[in-house]
Design a protein around this ligand. Structure first.
Ligand code: R5P
Length: 327
């Protein structure tokens, strides 16, 4: 090893959490074998947020976890305030852990006079004082370039694939992308599920109305096959439900849906429950309230993946090594 090596025994990792998804923060803390930093947070009558850490964090490597659940603007603001508080409390480094990064879908201008909202969110975290961002399955990989510091982009695919593999006959699987933009991800899934064929759904959207997707037809071999339909997120469920409809109409034997982020805005749960899919598999990057749970929903824990990544960052190890050197 070249350079000057010092043995630093004073490093201290702290994990702090906002109010958006405390269960996930507790699970990550348990995986790391630590306690969350006690934190006070409340709302003023006019909606302003107050937050304060209950113990000194001076000199720490702080990981501040908040998933951008609904109400998304409130939880992003709380996340920013926690970063600001950490910076003013003299921590050594601040890593923003946003398992679901809000506004990631809005990563480009479709038409003139639109914002690039994902870029703005990254700029806000940089301004607040973040040194690094850790997130899971960003809508597109190039969002990593919207933040000038390091971004550790984690994948939920290994845990989703492991589970789905146990639920299907891999010799009869077609992996399906719900739109043309996600074919590369579907290819990686197909590789991991035994190299079966790929298909994609030709989806069109009216860019003037959010959450309105129409699946026109499926391209690829799905007749008599188990289709594994993969997406990064399910919001209102429109994309997935439309895709399931055309797959079953094209003769698919059955459909399993696998997605990382269960946003599940109304009426997603109702739609997914009755769409004809055998099972819907998501992770808990976002909280899933009881009223949004339904019979054929399976929720896998993302906490071990987050905890391992946090540990690697803290130890100056390798996050890429967690994903067979591919992430
Ligand atoms: C689109 O590009 C995304 O990957 C999702 O397919 C989409 O945002 C899901 O939204 P919804 O569930 O409302 O159709």
């Amino acid at each position: 090893m070249t350079g000057l090596v010092t043995v630093d025994t004073e490093k201290r990792l702290v994990l702090v959490s906002g109010r958006a998804h405390p269960e996930l923060a507790e699970d990550v803390a348990a995986e790391l074998g630590i306690q969350l930093v006690p934190t006070a947070a409340y709302d003023f009558a006019n909606g302003e947020i107050y937050t304060r850490f209950g113990e000194s964090v001076r000199g720490c490597d702080a990981f501040v976890l908040q998933s951008h659940a609904s109400p998304i603007n409130k939880w992003i603001m709380e996340h920013l305030l926690m970063v600001d508080a950490l910076r003013r409390a003299s921590v050594k480094t601040i890593t923003v852990v946003a398992p679901f990064l809000g506004y990631a879908r809005q990563d480009k201008k479709h038409r003139g006079r639109e914002p690039i909202s994902a870029r703005l969110v990254c700029d806000l975290f940089a301004t607040a004082g973040a040194d690094r961002i850790v997130s899971v399955d960003l809508h597109t990989s190039q969002i990593q370039g919207f933040f000038s510091g390091p971004v550790d982009h984690l994948w939920a695919q290994p845990i989703l694939v492991e589970y789905v593999r146990s639920r299907v006959d891999v010799s009869n699987v077609t992996v399906v992308s719900p739109d043309a933009g996600r074919i590369r991800v579907a290819e990686q899934w197909a590789d991991k599920l035994g190299g079966g064929p790929l298909a994609f759904v030709h989806k069109t959207r009216d860019i003037r109305s959010p959450n309105k997707a129409v699946a026109n037809r499926v391209v690829g071999d799905v007749e008599g096959r188990t289709c594994v339909l993969v997406d990064d997120l399910i919001d209102t469920g429109g994309t997935i439900v439309e895709a399931v409809r055309v797959l079953l109409a094209a003769g698919a034997k059955d459909v399993i849906v696998a997605a990382t982020h269960g946003v599940l805005s109304d009426p997603a749960s109702e739609r997914l429950q009755s769409c004809g899919a055998r099972e819907v598999v998501i992770t808990d990057t976002l909280p899933i309230p009881d009223e949004h749970k339904f019979d054929n929903l399976t929720v896998l824990s993302i906490a071990p993946t987050l905890a391992r990544a946090i540990r690697e960052v803290f130890d100056d190890g390798s996050v890429t090594s967690l994903f067979d050197g591919n992430a």
